[in-house]
Ligand binder design. Sequence first.
Ligand SMILES: Cc1cc2nc3c(=O)[nH]c(=O)nc-3n(C[C@H](O)[C@H](O)[C@H](O)COP(=O)(O)O)c2cc1C
Length: 222
Amino acid sequence: MIKVAIIFHSRSGNTYQMAVAAAAAAVKAGAEAQLYKVPDLPSPMVLDHKAYAELNAETADVPVATLADLVAADAIMIGTPVHYGLPAPQILDFIDHSGPVAIPGDLANKVVSVFASGSMPHAGQQAAILALHNCICHWGSLIVPNGSSVEVLGLPNNGAPYGTCSVSRHEANNVHEDNLAALEYQALRLVEVATAYKIGREQTTSAIKYVDRRLLAEKFGL
Ligand SMILES: Cc1cc2nc3c(=O)[nH]c(=O)nc-3n(C[C@H](O)[C@H](O)[C@H](O)COP(=O)(O)O)c2cc1C
């Protein structure tokens, strides 16, 4: 069974709502799904303190992501709020610390897909997703975008081929049903690609086997 790790950061619940929908969709697609929140930073800029406190209580039992969780997964979804047109710094900080598994190629056979929530239309959701696509290239993983061929992706509140984007209008837990439907497609597509890739890898020679772990251990202390 394909294991999907859904890694997210959220402050007012929108990205969390998207992550929950993605997990349900991955399970519906026949995979095993686990949500992970990335560690918070020491002094987060919080706009909606009530929603932040409620979300902290609601996600108290959601495990904090570790690098081992990335390695254990076949497929990874990353969910982020948009911060000044970029992914949230919590997500970037987590990725910054992924060297010990990224450098030796332990993430190279992962299939990865990204979604984002911003407050306003055209205010950086796609830029944030594409910024995370850059990181995924450094991991050597396979990016699964949404594309635009399927009807659900053309619903009025969808349209970004890169990954599902929501517009919260500064409201907590305000993800539109069009976006939830797009996430169902995105998770199904991710599970499909991860399944095909897993079967295909059993029938081919892995390029990753050429990684010289001894050299990396010497150079980076990994
Ligand atoms: C520091 C900061 C910067 C933000 N910058 C943007 C931005 O560039 N574009 C945007 O659409 N929303 C921006 N927002 C709003 C959030 O992205 C938006 O409210 C999002 O839905 C929050 O997701 P969450 O409910 O999962 O926390 C910003 C919020 C914060 C706290």
